[in-house]
Design a protein around this ligand. Structure first.
Ligand code: NAG
Ligand code: NAG
Ligand code: NAG
Length: 263
């Protein structure tokens, strides 16, 4: 995109009030301020016609997944038939572009950028709960494909510093570990599979209606889950499902948003 157009979009079209990215040199960084989300004016439909992307500061929305809508995340992420911007269609729900007031959102958002993944410096994975970015991790995406940037060795900044880049994980990939309908976990930063009661995580996206380990917890035992579910550690360290008392219990987010920053 032309810089001039990008600036125009940032400033005029869909503005996150108070939105500000963070510096890239620090490893602790600052959470996004997303309270007010995307503001679409009364001329929303007219604006959509010229809106190629959704932005916040220097970050452009790459993908946005909504919890509990029973639509797969990973299969949507890789599906090149799905594009919701360039421009954003008139009938695409505004709630699914926002980071606040998104209760009515009924679908995932997939940017055309995924199908032209070039010139990208960083990817930010944001976990949003109650209109707030509750955890994030920024990856160095230089030279990576649209699936390969998700790697612990590429982490440059996170709410889970200092340990998150250096832990031993089980299949720490975007595709994650999905051998069956009772284990289907994406965006996977999860420790070795040693048995549910001793396992820990920083984040995982549950991408099916049941899960082997959640079935052992009091909250979810025997339930058909409304997926996806976005689990995350709310501290700077490891979390666990409630069956492992060694760590704080992982929390669930409402939205998983991915952003890109261009070189
Ligand atoms: C966006 O990028 C420009 C140019 O690199 C920089 O000057 C500006 O501070 C950045 N803005 C934010 C909000 O990070
Ligand atoms: C990809 O998306 C298209 C359009 O929504 C849909 O028809 C198709 O079934 C999807 N493919 C897969 C593999 O999910
Ligand atoms: C994690 O690994 C990075 C790069 O390998 C290293 O610079 C850093 O000191 C390590 N952090 C900890 C806490 O071990």
């Amino acid at each position: 995109m032309e810089p001039r157009l990008r600036v125009f979009l940032c400033c005029v079209v869909m503005t996150f009030l108070c939105g500000r990215g963070t510096g890239t040199s620090s490893t602790t960084g600052t959470k996004f301020s997303l309270k007010t989300g995307v503001r679409v004016t009364s001329a929303a439909n007219q604006i959509r016609q010229i809106t190629r992307t959704v932005t916040q500061g220097n970050w452009t929305l790459l993908f946005r997944a909504q919890a509990g809508i029973n639509e797969p995340v990973y299969l949507t992420y890789i599906n090149t038939s799905v594009q919701h911007d360039n421009p954003v269609p008139l009938d695409f729900p505004t709630a699914c572009l926002r980071m606040s007031d998104y209760g009515a959102c009924d679908r995932h958002f997939r940017s055309h950028i995924l199908d032209n993944f070039v010139g990208i410096d960083q990817v930010r994975l944001s976990l949003i709960k109650s209109d707030t970015e509750v955890a994030y991790v920024v990856f160095d995406a230089v030279g990576a494909s649209f699936q390969a940037w998700f790697s612990p060795s590429r982490i440059v900044e996170s709410t889970w510093m200092p340990d998150v880049p250096n832990e031993s994980y089980h299949r720490p990939t975007l595709r994650g570990d999905c051998p069956s309908t009772t284990v289907c976990r994406r965006f996977y930063l999860f420790g070795p599979h040693t048995g549910c009661r001793s396992e820990w995580l920083y984040t995982m996206t549950l991408d099916s209606a049941s899960d082997l380990c959640l079935d052992l917890t009091a909250e979810y035992a025997g339930l058909k889950l409304n997926y996806p579910m976005f689990f995350y550690s709310a501290t700077s360290g490891r979390a666990a499902l409630s069956i492992n008392p060694s760590y704080p219990t992982a929390q669930t987010a409402d939205v998983l948003a991915l952003w890109v920053k261009y070189v």
